[in-house]
Design a protein around this ligand. Sequence first.
Ligand code: 2PG
Ligand code: MG
Length: 401
Amino acid sequence: MTLITDVRLRRVLDSRGNATVEADVLTESGGFGRGKAPSGASTGEYEAIELPANEAIANAREEALPRLIGEVHAGNQRDVDAALHAADGTDDFSGIGANSAVAISMAAAKAGADVLGAPLYQHLGGTFRGNEYPTPLGNIIGGGEHAADATNIQEFLAAPVGAPSVEEAVFANAAVHQEVHDILADRDLPAGKGDEGAWAPSISDDEAFEIMDEAVETVADDFGFAISFGLDVAGAELYDAEEDGYVYDDGVKSTEEQIEYIAGKVEEYDLVYVEDPLDENDYEAFADLTAQVGDQTLVCGDDLFVTNVERLQAGINADAGNSILIKPNQIGTLTDAVDAIELATANGYESVVSHRSGETEDTTIAHLAVATDAPFIKTGAVGGERTAKLNELIRIEDNAV
Ligand SMILES: O=C(O)[C@@H](CO)OP(=O)(O)O
Ligand SMILES: [Mg+2]
């Protein structure tokens, strides 16, 4: 039986050393699940609200636990998540905190899977989910909100699209990360790492494009399969309303110039993925860029859609983008995240499941990506909180979870 008998909440560390929420869910027949909330730095304006961990825990204890314990079955994810919404009473989780909500939602899913004796991806995706695995997008060079004095574009992402397996893809991304280290060393460019483990050298975006291009080609030759790359521009962080443009170290680009710039880079480097190339409020500009390059690359909305079905529907209506980034903590529950994926799929949009810059060793997103047949998962290339997901993907592929 999956009736929830206890929910325990505590403060634990995330990868930036900040406090986050960990939830344990226990069930009548001894089922157990544990979930931890991640946390963003380049957060979208329309994301669900994360509260300070202590506050989120106190509010969830008071409001959510009485609606879950002895009331709801962990195996029924929609009931769990409806109870979280009812306990919260707002439309942005500012009552109990999206961090408490997502930790409990993920813990309940794992407890439900535990009772069934099934891997989480199977519980979430069912036995007819197919046999595809996502290609990991590995953050190799980065700046933006994730590192000071580095590139303006936030993430340069390796995409081993030709890899014959998840395992090969994961090792290819790690090799690209190492190759970029060597290129930087050859060029005498010292580099620390940003929040997600990407190299954060003080170089121009143009130089980062060149280095990525060289690195993926070298590693593709070594591994014997195609490796492309992509970007998370995090355009909302570059856009300045007062300047009415995108502020780069070497000047400001108008919206038209930004579209032209990104479309040019897609052509020049055969980019397979471009996330948030434009501001989070500019559906029209997204639509313009998608009309130009949407048949060659994924134009993905992260801050634009914030995993929210209403914002996604507005994007679908406007032909803005052709894919959505899925971050469960952006919207607060797994049910809401899966609803966004289902709406995307029904309208020909791809879904890319993603980590946050502040992460934990939680592996739920690896299972969610497999369960929902996502073509890509964005979860870094190196670093313990990133490899937790990557190694879990390898285990899933090996039927070892
Ligand atoms: O912008 C993003 O896509 C993410 C993850 O890479 O960053 P953050 O978690 O800081 O929003
Ligand atoms: Mg993003």
